[in-house]
Design a protein. Structure first.
Length: 287
């Protein structure tokens, strides 16, 4: 096997042949069993030497050329005959000892494997350093995420506390705008009383009355009034219906906008109510 064949074997196994040369070499292997066996042996040796999760790294052309150049070529038949005809001479102790071609090819492969192993070791170290760096960055990212999560949780707590505080202040402010009055009886024979709460911002209110006098439900009704100085007559607050004990609690809405409440009053009117108070006052509560 020639030096060119050995170089072609190395290039073929390392995948460095051009497409055309690669096809031609494979055609030769189909016709040359010895060449095919040499390629198989080279592939087995390289497979044993570079079995790893790390991708194989090919030596440079310059490095491969140096390795192949160190292998002594096998003498041709003419050179062998010429050497046999020459007289014996004293061996030169400084000259390299020739090895058979197979041994020389094996040493070349070993040298290539040694170089490949060195490159693989370097690559493995680089990959190990990369993994360590990634693990460090991941740990730092996790710490940052935990810190952000804690800040976010505190923000939610602060927001909830702020919302509660705002609701409390709004409630207090709302209470400041409410108008509340205690209502007392205007009839000597009745012990009636009540309470009225009114919100000028919405013109809505709640009234509760107790011990209201008995009336003729078929012809009479109690009617609520809201006294606002801006109007000549009290503002109608609607009909108030009580139970058999003379008690009730109802919501009401002023039929005209009220800006300032001076008093609340309940009068006894004809059935269905009237636009302007006509009957006697039963309960009155001034602010």
């Amino acid at each position: 096997m020639t030096d060119r064949d050995q170089e072609l074997i190395a290039d073929y196994v390392l995948g460095e042949l051009l497409p055309g040369d690669n096809a031609a070499f494979e055609a030769r292997m189909q016709q040359d069993a010895k060449l095919a066996r040499a390629v198989s042996e080279m592939e087995e040796i390289i497979a044993l030497g570079v079995l790893s999760d790390t991708p194989a790294v090919s030596p440079s052309r310059k490095l491969r050329s140096r390795v192949l150049a160190s292998i002594e070529p096998r003498p041709t038949a003419t050179e062998a005959t010429s050497r046999a005809e020459q007289p014996d001479e004293a061996p030169d102790e400084s000259a390299p000892i020739p090895f058979p071609a197979v041994a020389a090819w094996g040493w070349g492969v070993a040298a290539a494997l040694a170089v490949g192993a060195t490159v693989l070791t370097f690559n493995l170290k680089e990959r190990g350093d990369t993994i360590v760096n990634l693990e460090t960055e991941l740990a730092s990212a996790r710490d940052s995420l935990e810190s952000v999560s804690e800040d976010l949780a505190r923000s939610f707590l602060d927001r909830d506390a702020l919302s509660s505080r705002v609701a409390e202040l709004e409630s207090r402010q709302r209470l400041d705008t409410l108008r509340i009055a205690a209502m007392t009886s205007q009839l000597e024979e009745a012990a009636s009383y009540g309470f009225a709460v009114f919100d000028p911002e919405t013109d809505d209110g709640v009234i509760e009355v107790i011990n209201m006098p008995t009336i003729d439900g078929d012809t009479q009704d109690f009617q609520l009034w809201v006294v606002d100085p801006q109007y000549p007559n009290p503002v109608d607050g609607g009909i108030i219906q009580v139970d058999e004990s003379g008690r009730t609690r109802v919501r009401f809405h002023a039929k005209q906008p009220v800006s300032e409440v001076a008093a609340f009053a309940i009068s006894l009117e004809r059935k269905g109510g009237v636009p302007v108070a006509e009957g006697p006052m039963v309960l009155v509560g001034a602010l």
